[in-house]
Design a protein. Structure first.
Length: 663
């Protein structure tokens, strides 16, 4: 297990992974028109890495080191949160929440979920200088090791080591941090999958170049500006009111209809249901951010009540106009359009927190069109394509992100998150209802919240996978104190991943209460752990030729950890529905082509029962028997198994069974 991985890592070079396939792993060597650039390919494959020219753009300091980090396998193990996972709401859930470093999380996911994720959304650190980003890793290579693995000299090796150990926050440090994560993320995407990355001006240009290098220029889908807040700092020369969502596809074979969508949220019915379909309430007829027009500033009389833009009294409206003749408040529809819409059922008056308001209806299959000088109702499916201006509406702003969290926690716990509506629309335009969505910078778990909300609205069965570093929250840091105190009050560990853990639970309760939709409201929780040094020492000193196994090693890992890690390693995922198998008092675990023997104490009577299962159970035909090496005397058990299982080769099943001893 761990020792096997460490041994494999020792023999890796930084370009092993890229050499597997040109198109798959050297997208930077393909031009936008798809032609192969031989010069760039030679640069990638040359034996020496020319650090004299590294430093920025595609040749940032540490790029070869970042490739090496992407190639190394993780030595962490997967520990299921059994107490949480067996709860009724979680036992059958297909959603996954992982507490751990996302670099390790991605490497574990690749073992079972390669080319199976339809959409990835991430909100990585922006490297603003105030967001706390510094480069950290725990690989601890020596200069000699880097010289060998990267084919560089001592000076170059020391420059990389310095960058990895001094908590750098430079452009090169940020690129070195992002490169391996994006390289691994690409390999998780389906051929028609896409990745959306939130970023602002600090690293937007570098991220674009980095994604061109990893995904290929021809797979750039678009860059969508997103409104962050209505008001910018007045001290700035240009107020910063937006960031970006950068989008790339795995290949350029994504279908056009991947980016066609029908507006969501249709739940209501009226007398026009057969002709127009269901409807949803759009925003109020008045809208504060609309460009003011005097022709749209009029009174509306309905059933004896007077309505004015901004829902104000006549005196308040006159005062507003007096102080600001071009007030922001006016109606979205002209008086002529309003009269037509009201007459034909497109208008609703509803109570709100600010009194009665006028809302417009949006039907699934009907729109109002102006043909010549007259308005008419056209029956057609309301379908539109996503545009680069998709995310400039106020509902996608950070102001609404804070409201999303405050409504769930009833207090302010987290300053930096994205609004649910943002992730919901990204998920909607890029996935089908059975797809899986990954967020490996999960933060407060907005993506998980958005997936559940979208499923409740359109009846989908999308699954989420979220990965979040268990970063300790500092009670002395004003931006972290509220989250720290909240977690402490709930008897949770005071780490950021448990804010997401609790948010998913609260969001599920709220959505279920509001919609009563039949969707997956649960999630399985897993923790990525590095084995402690004492356990590793025991593993290293274990005598394979000894007369007995070491049960203490198994106790320190734990059966659930060993089994979950192996099931995922063998491609069955984190949620594998394995079966317990009783071999005459010995517990084995069976999943499709693998049978896992982990406990100590396996003997001849257990082997006899195993042979009976092969002989007498038609559906039982695992091709691999996997042993936890520390629980067995390798030479005797392996020999006993292989000798007795050979007879199955001549049976009706004609099985060729492999015995795999793992350490």
């Amino acid at each position: 297990m761990i020792l096997n991985t460490e041994k494999a890592n020792e023999n890796l070079s930084f370009n092993d992974k890229q050499m597997q396939a040109l198109k798959e792993h050297f997208p930077a060597c393909f031009k936008a028109d798809g032609s192969f650039d031989v010069t760039r390919f030679k640069e990638e494959l040359k034996d020496k890495v020319d650090f004299i020219h590294e430093g920025y753009e595609l040749r940032f300091l540490g790029k070869s080191y970042a490739k090496l980090i992407a190639s190394l396998d993780t030595t962490t193990v997967i520990t299921p949160n059994t107490a949480h996972n067996v709860l009724p709401e979680n036992a059958k859930s297909e959603n996954i929440y992982i507490s751990g470093d996302n670099l390790d999380g991605l490497k574990h996911l690749l073992k079972s979920y390669s080319k199976s994720i339809k959409c990835i959304y991430i909100d990585p650190p922006y490297n603003t200088g105030t967001d706390g980003f510094v480069y950290k890793d725990n690989f601890n290579f020596t200069a000699d090791e880097l010289q060998t693995k990267l084919s560089i000299d001592e000076t170059q090796a020391n420059r990389i080591i310095d960058l990895t150990r001094r908590n750098a926050a430079s452009h090169s440090a940020w690129l070195m941090f992002m490169y391996p994560r994006l390289q691994l993320a690409k390999d998780l995407l389906k051929d028609d999958g896409v990745i959306f990355i939130s970023i602002d001006d600090n690293e937007q240009a570098n991220l674009k170049l980095l994604c061109d290098d990893i995904f290929g220029e021809e797979n750039f889908v678009g860059q969508l500006p997103r409104i962050t807040k209505k008001a910018g700092k007045t001290t700035d020369l240009i107020a910063k009111n937006n960031d970006y969502a950068l989008c790339y596809s795995r290949t350029n074979n994504i279908q056009l209809n991947t980016f066609l969508h029908t507006d969501i949220g249709y739940k209501n019915e009226d007398e026009f249901i057969e002709e127009r379909g269901k409807y949803k309430l759009s925003q109020t007829l008045d809208y504060g951010s609309i460009q003011y027009s005097q022709s749209l500033d009029y009174e509306i009389e309905l059933n004896g009540e007077i309505f004015r833009p901004g829902n104000v009294s006549l005196s308040e409206m006159n005062e507003r106009k007096k102080n600001n003749p071009k007030s922001d408040f006016c109606w979205r529809w002209s008086k002529e359009l309003f009269n037509f819409g009201f007459k034909n059922g497109f208008i609703v008056v509803k109570e709100s927190s600010n009194g009665k308001r006028i809302y417009t209806k949006t039907y699934q299959n009907a729109i109002i069109e102006k043909i010549g000088k007259e308005y008419k109702i056209s029956i057609k499916e309301r379908t539109k394509s996503a545009t680069s201006l998709e995310l400039i509406e106020n509902k996608y702003s950070n102001d609404n992100a804070r409201k999303d969290l405050d409504n769930l926690f009833e207090t302010m716990v987290f300053n930096y998150s994205k609004p649910v509506e943002l992730i919901k629309i990204i998920t909607f335009i890029s996935t089908d209802i059975e797809d899986t969505i990954l967020d490996f910078f999960s933060g407060s778990a907005t993506t998980a919240h958005a997936v559940m909300k979208l499923n409740a609205e359109d009846g989908g069965n999308r699954k989420f996978i979220a990965v979040q570093l268990p970063e300790f929250l500092d009670p002395n840091n004003p931006s972290q104190k509220n989250a720290h105190d909240f977690l402490k009050s709930q008897n949770y560990p005071t780490t950021l991943d448990y804010i997401g853990f609790e948010r998913i639970k609260r969001a599920a309760t709220k959505i279920k209460t509001e919609t009563n939709a039949e969707i997956d409201y649960g999630f399985k929780h897993f923790i990525l752990n590095e084995p402690n040094p004492n356990t590793l020492d025991k593993c290293v000193s274990f005598d394979k030729a000894g007369l007995m196994g070491d049960a203490s090693i198994l106790d320190e890992f734990g059966i659930p950890t060993v089994l979950t890690t192996w099931l995922n390693y063998d491609g069955y995922g984190f949620n594998a529905p394995y079966q317990n198998l009783d071999l005459n008092g010995y517990s084995a675990y069976w999943m499709h082509k693998h049978l896992y023997l982990i406990h100590t104490g396996f003997d001849e009577k257990n082997l006899k029962k195993l042979i009976e299962f092969f002989d007498e159970t038609p559906t039982f035909n695992p091709e691999n028997i996997v042993l936890f090496g520390y629980s067995f005397i390798e030479w005797s058990v392996t020999e006993m198994l292989e000798k007795n299982l050979k007879v199955l080769n001549d049976s009706e099943k004609n099985l060729k069974i492999n015995v795999d001893v793992r350490y």
